[in-house]
Design a protein around this ligand. Structure first.
Ligand code: MLT
Length: 407
């Protein structure tokens, strides 16, 4: 008799954003004359930068000719893209990352979700609350947690992020083996200072732990004192894996391209105390389960690093940050406190009431979709997340509607 992976029965019935999509779908079916504005899931709306489109067209033409056609590419990504990433995203910031330490993939969501496979099933987890739900759910699926009791899984050390710590959790007293950090943060929009990241790297060293550092939103950092990469911190090559994505940097949510950095100096231990380089393990996993990102998409991603591409992507992130500023000031004028939006495309609003109720109110009265904070964890209760990813026209319209609904 085939049996299921019973860890799945510990999960909430559906993934947060699938749940929201279902509720919004039901609302729009019942109110077809009331078009909704989506400031919920962080999905980009502006077209790809022209430099990327040109590169993708040219690469598609190459695929149409026998002499330049390409079949399977290297699973880890083409050298042209890995070299550009190493040069611009790392060497350019003083970080020592080699091209072959970079694994090109089709998304950070997949990489953040899959990475846990290379660690033992009894690894002790430290995960922020609120948090991007992928980190928690994939560990539940893998059996690293107990049951969900009162909104929290047994076996996870929750790192509470709230107004009192500026939404950046301090290192805990208790030990952990696998630590998830995301800065600029999804969902709060908070950023971590160099000193805060140094404390985490020191904690990981002390505990022989690994930090999984999600910096998918680094292109939104405008404060020059804030590190963009964990590898800007001395010693991070020995304790951290970093995830980056072109989704929010260059509008690739539908195009799909990202990368994960696994330094060759990073090790973990087996039961007998012997060390193993994680680079080899991830390479084994990646080459076994993944066949590479398509050539035209990697060419489009490489164009982000051209002179024109850099200017165009900067304009794109500036545009969404402009939306974020409008949202922050509109929310403040309604008497609600909020953080984020300065160095991140998310605004974390203290709704002062049940977050799903507030979600329903905005959907019902303003036809605006946000994300209820409770969906990101227990500490998210009493908050909503508003995403800055939409057209200017829609953001302005949504803010007028929200103001009218709350008045
Ligand atoms: C979000 O809204 O949190 C993100 O869009 C989710 C994602 O990037 O997968």
């Amino acid at each position: 008799m085939i049996r299921i992976n019973e860890n799945y029965t510990k999960l909430k019935a559906s993934y947060l954003f699938a749940d929201i999509a279902r509720r919004v779908g039901a609302y729009t079916a019942a109110h077809p004359q009331s078009p909704v504005i989506r400031l919920g899931i962080g999905d980009v709306t502006e077209p790809l930068p022209p430099a990327c489109v040109e590169a993708m067209h040219a690469a598609t033409d190459e695929m149409s000719r026998r002499e330049t056609f390409k079949g399977y590419g290297p699973e880890q990504g083409y050298a042209f893209l890995r070299e550009l990433v190493a040069q611009h995203d790392y060497a350019g910031r003083g970080c020592r990352i080699e091209p072959d330490e970079i694994f090109i993939s089709d998304g950070s969501k997949c990489d953040c979700g899959n990475i846990q496979e290379i660690f033992s099933t009894d690894a002790r987890l430290a995960i922020p609350d609120p948090v991007y739900p992928v980190y928690v759910d994939t560990n539940v699926m893998a059996g690293r947690t107990g049951a969900n009791v009162g909104g929290r899984y047994e076996g996870i050390l929750y790192l509470e992020s709230n107004a009192s710590n500026g939404y950046v959790p301090a290192v805990p007293d208790a030990p952990a083996d696998l630590i998830y950090l995301c800065f600029p943060n999804n969902p709060t929009g908070a950023v971590a200072t160099r000193a805060q990241l140094e404390a985490w790297v020191a904690y990981a060293k002390r505990n022989r732990a690994v930090i999984l550092f999600d910096s998918a939103y680094e292109a939104y950092i405008r404060d020059p004192a804030i590190p963009h990469s964990i590898y800007e911190i001395e010693g991070a090559r020995e304790v951290a894996i970093e995830f980056r994505s072109f989704s929010k940097t260059a509008g690739f949510t539908g195009t799909r391209c990202a990368y994960t950095v696994v330094p060759k100096s990073l090790v973990a231990w087996d039961a007998s105390g012997q060390t193993h380089p994680l680079h080899a393990l991830w390479n084994r996993r990646h080459t076994t389960k993944f066949n590479g990102v398509s050539y035209p998409v990697q060419r489009a991603a490489a164009a982000i690093f051209s002179e024109a591409g850099r200017q165009q992507t900067r304009a794109l992130t500036d545009f969404y940050l402009g939306n974020a500023q409008l949202i922050r000031s509109a929310v403040a004028s309604l008497g609600l406190s909020a953080v984020g939006g300065d160095n991140a495309p998310y605004i974390w609003v203290n709704s002062g009431r049940d977050s799903w109720d507030f979600f329903d109110l905005l959907l019902d009265k303003a036809q605006v979709v946000c994300t209820p904070g409770a969906g990101f964890g227990k500490c998210g209760e009493g908050h909503i997340r508003i995403s800055a990813f939409n057209s200017r026209e829609n953001v302005e319209k949504a803010l007028v509607r929200i103001a009218a609904a709350l008045r």
